[in-house]
Design a protein around this ligand. Structure first.
Ligand code: AMP
Length: 424
């Protein structure tokens, strides 16, 4: 199967060839013909399967063939939960649509709205949006959705997890009844199925290979390690210079910040991306990571959705996820499109129950590695360690290193506490 078997127009075939795609992925092969026939679609697929092109390509084709550019109004709306995903979908529309006449723009919160409203006022055919900013700009009168012909709800399960259900309902209320709708979700629990029934009319169903089989390409390793030793183990593994870029997952934002702090103190370039970081900080970190200017990116699960890094070879699960599907999502960041990838998981005593669930889902035992000698990797956690003196204690020249008892990290905290007390 090639893209030319899918009845695609030349401007799109040319763009797809320039992207280096030779064959459509299974979700593309199944979905593109359905969307071109203007049918509704329920797609069960996760990021990494090529689902963005599965909806972007046929949308661009239908709009281009209908001469959409003669009357620039928003005719296709794509809603996605995170800013990173919105930006990536925008990049896909740019890549596949560069030889068409179709214009798109991307809007999301956390940044000023001026450049977004200017783009909207100049006129676009396709709008890619996160729900909050969309509603905000609708209320301000910058966006009208009465000309929508195509509507895509992307990552529906994540939308509900992130509490966007009310926003989605508000958006649905103003969409024209007569439209084509596409609905994508990585999982299909009953609340998602119910939501899809509200949106879709007589849809076609497409499911791509369950995630548990895609992970077979990835070399998966596991270290049993105590919670206290995880940072030491991470530092020890990063001694390996073959690891040029690695995505490290933690369960919490606080955990991500802690790992980054230690890595930086140990001269390893890294940054965290999670919900508490501003949009610019997140995007800069991601750009530096993609450009190999930064070796380690530490992410929480929600923030990591949609991180698309070509040729990422290593994923480290600093903490195992409590939801087994999340493990599959995480390690699916590496080993994309048949590339080789390695995932390394750290499992402490409390996480053994999560490991059991993961191994059940992926239907295999993860190879356990012997812990390397981590005794030399005492993480510098609290500011630069000041080596005060080296004392030679006996004739055999045994050295005892005395660390500075008071370090820079602790002092401001003490001051802050004192300040609060004084205020009371
Ligand atoms: P997605 O699931 O949409 O996030 O896509 C995951 C990655 O697959 C992106 O980096 C795309 O550029 C890439 N991709 C999409 N379709 C194809 C294809 N047919 N052949 C090769 N790579 C693709």
């Amino acid at each position: 199967m090639t893209f030319s078997n899918l009845n695609l127009i030349n401007p799109i075939l040319k763009a797809v060839a320039e992207e280096g795609y030779e064959h459509p992925t299974p979700i593309q092969e199944q979905s593109i013909p359905i969307v071109i026939q203007k049918r509704d679609l329920l797609g069960c697929a996760q990021t990494g399967t090529g689902k963005t092109a599965a909806f972007a390509i046929p949308i661009l084709q239908l709009l281009h063939q209908n001469n959409a550019s003669k009357n620039r109004r928003i005719k296709a709306l794509i809603i996605t939960p995170t800013r990173e995903l919105a930006i990536q979908i925008g990049e896909s529309f740019h890549a596949y649509g560069k030889y068409t006449t179709i214009k798109h723009t991307v809007i999301f919160g956390g940044v000023g709205q001026n450049s977004q409203t200017t783009a909207l006022q100049n006129g676009v055919d396709v709008l890619i949006a996160t729900p909050g900013r969309l509603l905000d700009l609708m209320q301000q009168g910058f966006i009208k959705l009465d000309a929508i012909e195509m509507f895509v709800l992307d990552e529906a399960d994540r939308m509900l997890d992130m509490g966007f259900i009310h926003d989605i309902k508000k958006i649905l209320k103003v969409l024209p009844e007569k439209r084509q709708s596409l609905f994508f979700s990585a999982t299909m629990p009953s609340d998602i199925v119910k939501l899809s029934e509200k949106i879709l009319h007589n849809p076609e169903y497409v499911t791509v290979t369950p995630p548990s089989t895609t992970v077979e390409l990835i070399n998966q390793k596991l270290y049993y390690v105590t919670k206290e030793d995880k940072l030491k183990l991470l530092l020890a593994l990063l001694e390996n210079t073959n690891i040029k870029s690695v995505l490290v997952f933690t369960r919490t934002k606080h955990g991500a910040d802690k790992v980054v702090k230690v890595l930086i103190k140990n001269n390893i370039k890294s940054a965290a991306i999670h919900g508490n970081k501003g949009q610019n900080a997140r995007q800069n970190a991601l750009n530096d990571f993609k450009a190999l200017k930064m070796r380690v990116l530490v992410a929480t699960d929600i923030a990591s959705r949609g991180i698309d890094v070509d040729n990422l070879e290593y994923v480290i699960n600093f903490e195992l996820p409590n939801i087994p599907e999340t493990y599959v999502h995480r390690i699916g960041r590496t080993g994309r499109a048949g590339a080789k990838g390695t995932s390394i998981s750290f499992c402490d005593a409390e996480e053994k129950k999560y490991l059991r669930d993961i191994e059940q889902l992926i239907k295999k035992k993860i190879d356990v590695e012997r812990l390397p000698d981590i005794s030399l990797h005492e993480p510098i956690e609290k500011g630069p360690v000041v080596v005060k003196k080296e004392i030679i204690v006996n004739a055999k020249h045994t050295k005892i290193t005395v660390k500075s008892p008071e370090n820079g990290e602790n002092r401001p905290n003490k001051k802050r506490k004192f300040y609060h007390r004084a205020k009371k």
